[in-house]
Design a protein around this ligand. Sequence first.
Ligand code: SF4
Length: 667
Amino acid sequence: MRYTETGYHLEIDLSRGNIERVETDPRLTELHLGGLGTNAKILWDRVPPETEPFSSDNLLIFSAGLLCGTPAPGANRTIISTYSPQTLYMGYSMMGGFLAPELKYAGYDKVIFRGKSPNLVYVWINNDRVEIRDASHLRGKGAVETSELIKRELKEPKAQVAAIGLAGENRVYMASIEQGRSSASRLGLGAVMGDKGLKAIAVRGTKDINIARPAEYMQLCNDVLQYIKVRAPNLIPEVMPILAGLGSPQEMLHTDEKWHTENFMWGNARVRRKDFWNKEIEEKWKDSLETVRTRLISCYNCPMKCGAIISAPGVSTYMMKCFSKLTYTMAAFVEDLDFGFKIAQRATEYGVDGFSMPQAMAFGFELKEAGILTDADFAGCPSDNEGKFYWLLDRIVRREGIGDVLANGTYWAAKQIGKGAEAYAHNNIKKHEQLPLKLGMLNPIYFLMYCTGEKANITQIEGNFPQAPFSTMELKQGFVKDWVQAPDEKFKKYVLDWELRGERSMPFYPPVEACCEIVDWQEKMHHIDDALGLCAGLSSFPLKPPYHIHNLPAFISAATGMDMDEAGLTQIFNRNRNLVRAINVRRGLRRADEKPPEDHWKKRFPELETQLLDAYYKFKGWNHEGIPTKEYLHELGLDYVAEDFFRRGILTNNEGTPSTSAETEKK
Ligand code: SF4
């Protein structure tokens, strides 16, 4: 018997209209768990590195994480993977909501799409009955609207639907896939879905999932719920509101936005407004949020309620994802929070990344002000800040005029526009928009995360370690005293010794070796979540979460029947992490690509940064170019990766690599 997984994938060839139910190899679960891990294995095995994102040979994989569908709180993530049109690397994005458990209950761990449908279609998975259905009547419809129309058409109000909007249909690089109160937003996965002619997938499942040791598993789940009850209201002092408790960033409960509005830059990372937040603004924002927020809502089987139902004046009711309430407002320099709620409704229907899209729009207007784009490019554009943003959003998702250029995101648009536009695309890492932050002092931990992270989520791979030192010894001691999540005692010492100023402050503290350990630990937690389908908001993202490296092996053991311990889980993390890296190395990723935006910090330390990257590569078992070594790949059971690297000349017998980064920018 297979535990926690169904043991089946659905393989759907959209070119031929062929549907197959395929039994999977249980050994792959032992090696990679599921979710991101097995997605990476499939991409490595089946999609050659030369494949263009918009090729019919590219796969689009919807995967339920290994624990999805079990009673584990927050185990609801769908991990979607493909080659990204934006970065050209492996793109993977996670969404919460309800799709992944439903897929498990229908009897599948993954749905793997290949080919391209000649007409717009949607796929209806109703337990064993799977159909490809015409979606021509849904062309141009919003993502949320599509979901409702499909449920009505199928007479299945309980079906879970993931859909793209107009942006995905038009292959906008910032296109998302929307589902329930969640979305897979990053890296243009919606554009690949649109390229495949796939408007939506609808799923209804009524089967069971088997657990190897149910009583033990239920006890672990109850322990987590109990912990959440105590921890969630017990905020960590001196930490910004979104990190003080649990849940996903920017949860809709918070009205105190001092930190974001004063630390994130406005426009396309244009200006920091250090004194923005005052009593008057605070009251106005609180009033706006509380007026439009009709109800707080959760994802499947989670008590946290990070999302909200929004009823803003003049727009239809929708569910807001955490971050969008601020991104459009700040990018457009509009000080009325109502605007953010109104434009986010339209953007959600279009199906766009609420993080990249506002940056791309602000970038467009900044180029106009700089005279790089002209009045002719913006003919018909209103002059007020709100009107301008609506106008440009419409142009971008329709790929009309200048919108067609900006639809490729700031990195590619800057290249296409030329005339100095590249200087304005200053938030990119690996061709992708990142945090609109410009800070003072280099943070060595974030430096490593920005450089080497391949997750491309807005928070990179941050999480369980504090973002900054606590100001007093009392606070430090208070923090470490019940810090059961720390991998070992030395992490507590790093927190205790870390100072705001002086010798033990940034950028030289934590020391290089400690930075490597911290970043690796944080990345480990993200990777484990993305294989298990756990929400980062209960695990890798907040401080002191309910899931951590010491209790997760017990969850996996009780659920699957595998004998898992911390060392075994760490080995799987390293295997999965290196497989993702290997896919990207095979697509050209090299050291030269691993850098934060040049102006991210004012105070830079080139010598220290080189030391950090050198040490981290070594720590990770990678060579000077960031490529996993033959010996390390052997340790991880990835000899087939090493052989492939040798065949391609990526590794040579002296472990050297070609000195220049492979050109990945061909489109
Ligand atoms: S913590 Fe928030 S985002 Fe995560 S599963 Fe729960 S409700 Fe969803």
